[in-house]
Design a protein around this ligand. Structure first.
Ligand SMILES: NC(=O)c1ccc[n+]([C@@H]2O[C@H](COP(=O)([O-])OP(=O)(O)OC[C@H]3O[C@@H](n4cnc5c(N)ncnc54)[C@H](O)[C@@H]3O)[C@@H](O)[C@H]2O)c1
Length: 373
């Protein structure tokens, strides 16, 4: 990747795969966004919750595309190892802090062009285990953070939400962004109330927010999470465990972490007329799968697996998602298939990169908090 040298590189190098007319609009957007800066200015993005599974990938990706990255995170699982390699990069800055701490956050918000909100207790199980912390962080902390963003000279805010918000839908339907939300867990309920809060700010804030409802993630990351379906299934089958799959015919959309990083960058760079106060499902229809479909793909590469099936598991979610809007408006389609992710992980497992997952469980998933907030 060529280093981004000038503001016009944002349009013409970062986005060379897009149609020329859009590149021109992105160029005009960059001219407005950075009008007071010199030509060599590198925009600064604050990644709140940037030390996690997705955030570490987004950090490296934005650095590669010429941005300055400031990560604000309280390393809630003790995952300090994941930020250490970034500290050699002069365009990277780590600030330890909690989104519930207004004073610390105030400092982190200084001189940033845009903010990506990734922080929180992520996933249904961790929010069930820690309901009080979940309320404090995922509801109060996030809303408090958002309420601090106005008047700070921030142009774009990206809130990372989840397709889990759809919960349970009729099997033959695909949920587009206006499909009725049916959050079933504390985790998704907090995402839905945050989305509502953000959308209620229209005409009352000086920045442009976008809500990205992410599919379930897969793909390698410095902070690996084996508590996510594809990674967990591949890991367990690779090591010859018997896999118990609940409700094999339930649907879920998946998306690779590298594709998420691209979509976040694109949201930061696209003209606000396309993104402001917009909600996008983030993923692609080729990666809508049942759990059975995921297992079938894995067993192509790991034969003779022991898989058992049961109905009526604890997680009733079942949703297939329509990704037309992000494709049409943001020209976004995932470049990684579920099969790519499975092969990538098997390659890493066969090179002994994840031999110690079972003995160091908490280093590889969202199971136990390091601190009580
Ligand atoms: N991973 C997925 O499958 C998935 C799917 C849909 C949406 N998302 C969303 O993407 C975002 C990132 O998910 P992830 O998988 O990287 O999760 P993660 O748990 O790996 O990362 C979350 C980060 O937030 C930090 N954090 C938690 N509480 C904090 C606090 N009080 N103050 C500051 N930092 C705090 C954690 O230390 C961690 O680094 C989340 O908003 C999540 O809801 C993820």
């Amino acid at each position: 990747m060529k280093k981004l040298n000038t503001i016009s590189d944002i349009a013409y190098i970062n986005n060379k795969d897009l149609p020329a007319s859009i590149q021109k609009e992105i160029f005009d957007e960059a001219r407005i966004a950075y009008k007071d800066k010199d030509e060599n200015y590198q925009p600064r993005v604050l990644l709140i919750g940037g030390a996690g599974y997705i955030g570490t990938i987004v950090s490296q990706y934005l650095l590669d595309y010429g941005y300055q990255v400031r990560c604000y995170d309280n390393l809630i699982y003790g995952q300090y190892n994941n930020v250490l390699p970034f500290l050699n990069n002069t365009n990277y800055e780590f600030i330890y802090g909690d989104i519930c701490n207004q004073m610390e956050l105030e400092l982190a918000l200084k001189n940033v062009d845009s903010v990506v909100l990734l922080a929180g207790l992520v996933g249904d199980p961790i929010t069930k285990t820690y309901p009080d912390e979940s309320e404090l962080i995922n509801e109060k902390g996030i809303i408090n953070t958002i309420s601090m963003l106005n008047g700070k000279g921030i142009r774009k805010v990206v809130f990372i939400s989840t397709c889990s918000n759809y919960g349970l839908i009729n099997n033959d339907e695909l949920a587009a962004e206006d499909y009725q939300l049916n959050p079933l867990s504390l985790y998704a309920k907090a995402k839905v109330s945050t989305e509502k809060y953000i959308l209620s700010l229209k005409d009352n804030v000086d920045y442009h927010p976008t809500i990205l409802r992410f599919a379930t993630a897969f793909g390698l990351s410095p902070r690996m999470r084996f508590d996510l379906t594809i990674s967990e299934f591949v890991h367990d089958l690779y090591f010859g465990k018997e896999l118990l799959v609940y409700d094999a015919n339930t649907w879920r959309p998946y998306c690779h972490v590298a594709d998420f990083a691209l979509l976040i960058r694109r949201t930061l760079e696209f003209p606000v007329s396309y993104t402001s106060f917009e909600v996008f499902n983030a993923g692609g229809e080729i990666n809508n799968f049942t759990k059975q479909g995921v297992v079938d793909h894995i067993t192509k590469f790991i034969p003779n697996c022991a898989v058992k099936y049961k109905d009526h598991g604890a997680d009733p979610r079942n949703y297939r998602v329509n990704f037309s809007k992000v494709k049409e408006i943001m020209h976004f389609e995932p470049s990684f298939s579920v099969e790519d992710g499975i092969q990538e992980l098997i390659f890493a497992l066969s090179n002994h990169l994840f031999d110690s997952v079972d003995s160091n469980r908490n280093d590889f998933g969202n199971y136990k908090l390091k601190l009580s907030t």
